[in-house]
Design a protein around this ligand. Structure first.
Ligand code: FPP
Length: 238
């Protein structure tokens, strides 16, 4: 287990896998009389700062929710803007290569623009050898959609119903081979999971806060990890 911080009397443990719902961009912009697009631009900067910080403190896995299967319902202009921000991030390959971050995308990429799909594959390939933070970006991701996708694969392989195990389903998810998230963070004052990692988060701890995502700082993550250390995880035991 990696140690996060040592104070004079306590040692804080770092979760292995943190997942974040980057919520509150729209309200952050509204509070400043700015368009929602400005909120996503600010949210994207926060995302980069937090990913860099997670890498610096030695976190092994970070998963961020960038775009859900339900987000297509938003006005086209807003969807296009999020995709544009995402594409710019992919084009700026230096941002993860120089930092030894391994990138992976989770979700159904077939619905995305072909150029974006090509850049995603390139980023994954170029960062595959990185040994620092494993960064999953959930894009066109939905937890239920992911489970349906896994079940379809199992049926297509002709596996007998009696042979289906939990591990087999985990192995068919986009996060196959990764440890489940230990800790899920949702800022912006909402208390729901919004179809995020619903299989993988069965035993996760949750942390909610009123901070809007663009205002989220590394010091807020420190505070969340300190709270995580006060939790007593029993995994159904005593
Ligand atoms: C939720 O806030 C945020 C999103 C649906 C988009 C998140 C996208 C980014 C942070 C930028 C792109 C990401 C990458 C990986 C470069 P909201 O719009 O629902 O906010 P609201 O609830 O206040 O309206």
């Amino acid at each position: 287990m990696a140690i996060f911080k040592k104070t004079k009397d306590v040692e804080l443990v770092l979760p292995t896998h943190i997942a974040i719902i980057m919520d509150g961009n729209g309200r952050w912009a509204k509070n400043r009389a700015l368009p929602r697009t400005a909120g996503h631009a600010a949210g994207s900067k926060t995302f980069k700062d937090i990913a860099r910080y997670c890498n610096k403190i030695g976190l092994k896995y970070l998963t961020v929710y960038a775009f859900s299967t339900e987000n297509w319902k938003r006005p086209k202009e807003e969807v296009d803007n999020i995709m544009k921000i995402f594409k710019e991030y992919l084009e700026d390959t230096k941002s993860f290569k120089d930092e030894n971050i391994q990138l992976q995308f989770i979700g159904d990429r077939s619905a995305l623009d072909e150029e974006i799909q090509r850049l995603m594959a390139e980023c994954e390939k170029e960062s595959a050898g990185s040994t620092g933070l494993h960064l999953n970006i959930a894009i066109n991701y939905g937890g239920r959609d992911e489970i349906v996708h896994a079940v379809k694969q199992i049926v297509a392989e002709g596996i007998d119903a009696n042979d289906i195990t939990e591990q087999m389903i985990s192995d068919k998810l986009y996060t196959s081979g990764q440890p489940d998230p230990d800790f899920i963070i949702r800022p912006s004052g909402e208390y729901r999971l919004s179809n995020y990692l619903i299989w993988q988060s069965a035993y996760a701890e949750y942390w909610f806060s009123d901070i809007l995502w663009p205002d989220f700082k590394p010091s807020d993550l420190d505070k969340a990890i300190e709270d995580y250390n006060k939790r007593n995880r029993r995994f159904g035991g005593v």
